[in-house]
Design a protein around this ligand. Structure first.
Ligand SMILES: [Zn+2]
Length: 478
């Protein structure tokens, strides 16, 4: 269904609900079929495969994807033809012979990435704006869509004791109610998907009680949300007493979950919060098991972690999609960073899916210290509870950072200001620190919260990274 956003917002709430339900019905038909239960069972069975079974499966799948990309996908076929014409004899059977794929060519001509034996008109199209607000068009077959949703069902629902038949709420980047609207509903119930889609654009402190009430009215069993949204509501609950909410699970995505956020959310909701990782391009995915390990989903893609172009324990995620062989993305720079464990250990949950220690957020969102050290997460700074509702650290120049913060109700000017400053100094010492009290932190593209914003120019960034490259690799500060 293509219903433009401007038309959607002209509709009354009942009209919007009808439009969303029609779309939901089509989504459900596309995502789930008679084979779904079997696919879910197979995904669960693969969770305890031996290392050897996975190795064989992944290598076969990778070989198939690379062969298909080099022979049937116009973008890669041209790339290899040019290399051959220039006398390059490298084999495309080896992943390391493929260059890293940036987002730009994909954005520029996404159709050139679809295999030429596919009928694009029969494929499921996804138009998405990525985390940086850039526009992407992606295509996949219905078979791939159903496979993807079966793995999602197994590892992002079944692990948490919920299923697609339970009523759930999602708080995401879609503007489901006009931005200027000041009265509820800021949500719309999608009956075919049993999904209450809630706007995260309207989540201001005075409107939070409406959200809490809607969860009760719609008898919501679990919530999928950005961690920052649940943190905001969690702080409100902690200040206002028992919310009476009883969720089975809270599942977060799209932003890294900081340790202090987990603490606030679990305390407020009295319910475990589970981290998941993925992106529209479906070249990588991971979810957290009940033992707290973030397990990768090997079916989604082949993950490499590179730092300065070399394999590393902590660095940039470079992924080759294994699931969508009709629009293969080979060695695609996702834009996020990750840290792998030093040694693979058997998880107490019994699953053998490989672990990723942490997803460390966007590659370009980091603070670079004068000594070349990179801070990509804020756990360390906000580990001890500070009476601050929200904070954003901005690197203005190589020598200066600004901390924008929203003081909580218990915030004492003077004492807590000094505490915040001291905490910042411990981690970002040697730089000028500016504290700026603000009423709220503006959200970025897709209404996502950015905890760290780097405003260094490409030249400044290059200089500081060169300094970092000359030092030994430091793990993330945790
Ligand atoms: Zn586990």
């Amino acid at each position: 269904m293509s219903l433009s956003l401007s038309v959607y917002h002209m509709l009354p709430h009942v009209g919007r609900t009808m439009a969303v339900n029609l779309q939901g019905w089509m989504f459900r038909r596309g995502r789930y079929g008679p084979e779904t239960e079997r696919l879910v069972a197979e995904a669960v069975e693969r969770e305890t495969w031996s290392e050897g079974q996975w190795k064989k499966w992944k290598e076969e799948r990778l070989a198939r994807v690379l062969h298909r990309a080099a022979t049937r996908v116009p973008f890669y076929r041209e790339q290899w033809a040019k290399r051959r014409a220039a006398g390059d004899r490298a084999s495309w059977e080896y992943l390391e012979n493929w260059p890293v794929l940036e987002k730009q060519p994909l954005r520029h001509d996404s159709r050139a990435f679809v295999a030429d034996d596919c009928n694009i008109g029969k494929m499921v199209a996804e138009h998405t704006s990525g985390s940086t607000g850039s526009y992407l068009r992606l295509w996949r077959s219905e078979e791939t869509v159903r496979m993807w949703y079966s793995i999602f069902e197994a590892r992002a629902r079944k692990w948490y004791g919920v299923s697609r038949d339970d009523r759930w709420a999602i708080m995401g980047g879609r503007l489901v109610a006009p931005a200027a609207q000041t009265k509820p509903p800021f949500w719309v119930f999608n009956r075919p998907l049993k999904q209450l889609y809630m706007s995260s654009f309207h989540l201001s402190p005075e409107l939070i009680p409406h959200y809490v009430q809607a969860w009760k009215d719609y008898r919501i069993e679990y919530v999928i949300s950005y961690p920052s949204n649940l943190e905001t509501i969690g702080r409100w609950i902690l200040q206002n007493g028992d919310s009476g909410l009883k969720f089975k699970a809270l599942i977060v995505n799209a932003e890294p979950l900081e340790a202090y956020q987990r603490e606030i959310i679990e305390k407020a909701f009295q319910c475990p919060v589970r981290e998941t990782y993925g992106m529209s391009e479906i070249v990588a995915a991971a979810s957290e098991c009940e033992a707290g390990t973030l397990h990768m989903w090997p079916e989604a893609g082949w993950m490499e972690v590179l730092e300065n172009g070399q394999p590393a324990q902590s660095g940039e995620l470079i992924c080759t999609g294994l699931l969508n062989a009709d629009m293969p993305l080979v060695r695609y720079r996702v834009g996020d960073r990750a840290t792998f464990p030093k040694h693979e250990r058997q998880c107490s949950c019994g699953r053998t899916l490989p672990a990723v220690l942490s997803i460390d957020g966007r590659n370009d969102d980091a603070i670079w210290l004068p000594n070349g050290r990179r801070i990509g997460r804020l756990d360390a700074i906000f580990k001890r509870y500070l009476p601050v509702d929200e904070a954003q650290v901005i690197q203005d120049s190589p020598q200066q950072v600004t901390l924008k913060y929203v003081p909580g109700p218990q915030f004492r000017a003077g004492v807590d200001e000094a505490a915040v400053y001291k905490r910042m100094l411990e981690f970002i010492g040697g730089m000028k620190i500016v504290l700026e009290k603000v009423p709220s932190i503006p959200r970025g593209a897709n209404s996502k919260f950015r905890a760290i914003v780097c405003k260094l120019t490409p030249e400044e960034l290059r200089a500081v990274k060169e300094r970092a490259g000359s030092m030994s690799l430091a793990g993330p500060m945790k």
